[in-house]
Design a protein around this ligand. Structure first.
Ligand SMILES: [Zn+2]
Length: 133
C-alpha cells in the first residue's frame, strides 16, 4: 500500500481528506499567516459537466491566486494556485476547497491527482519535504 491510499496521510488539520477539499482550509488561506510556507498547488480533476469558458476565465477574479484551465482530454481540468499552509496536505485541501466553495463554477468533480511544491522558504530541503506527496 502506498501513502497515497492512507487516509491519515491525506487528512487536513480539520480531519478532512485533502482530495475532497476543505472549505475551512480554503477560508483560512484567504487571510493566511504569511509566516507559513508558501506552496504552489496543482489539482487535476474531472467535471461531470463541461465548465463554460467564461467560468474558467472568471476563476482568477474569485480566487485571486487561482487559475483554472481546460486540458485537451475531455472533461479534465487543471486548477493551480498559491497557498500559505503548514503542510502540503493543508495546501491541497485549501485549493480543492476553492472548488467546493464555488459550486457555481463546478458542481460535481472528482480529483484525479494533486501536487504541492513548497516555494518558500527557499528549498534547502530534501525533495520529500519540498514536493507533496
Ligand atoms: Zn481543513
Amino acid at each position: 500500500m502506498s501513502h497515497r491510499d492512507d487516509t491519515e496521510f491525506w487528512a487536513c488539520p480539520h480531519g478532512r481528506d485533502a482530495r475532497q477539499g476543505c472549505v475551512t482550509c480554503y477560508e483560512e488561506a484567504v487571510d493566511p499567516d504569511l509566516a507559513l510556507p508558501l506552496w504552489d498547488v496543482a489539482v487535476w480533476f474531472t467535471s461531470e459537466r463541461p465548465i463554460p469558458v467564461k467560468a474558467l476565465q472568471d476563476v482568477h477574479r474569485h480566487g485571486r491566486r487561482f487559475l483554472l484551465d481546460k486540458l485537451s482530454a475531455p472533461h479534465i481540468y487543471l486548477l493551480t494556485g498559491h497557498s500559505h499552509a503548514a503542510g502540503g496536505g493543508q495546501a491541497v485541501a485549501g485549493v480543492v476547497g476553492f472548488l467546493v466553495h464555488n459550486q457555481h463554477v463546478v458542481d460535481e468533480f472528482v480529483v484525479r491527482d494533486t501536487r504541492a511544491v513548497r516555494l518558500s522558504p527557499p528549498p534547502n530541503l530534501s525533495s520529500g519535504e519540498r514536493v507533496w506527496p
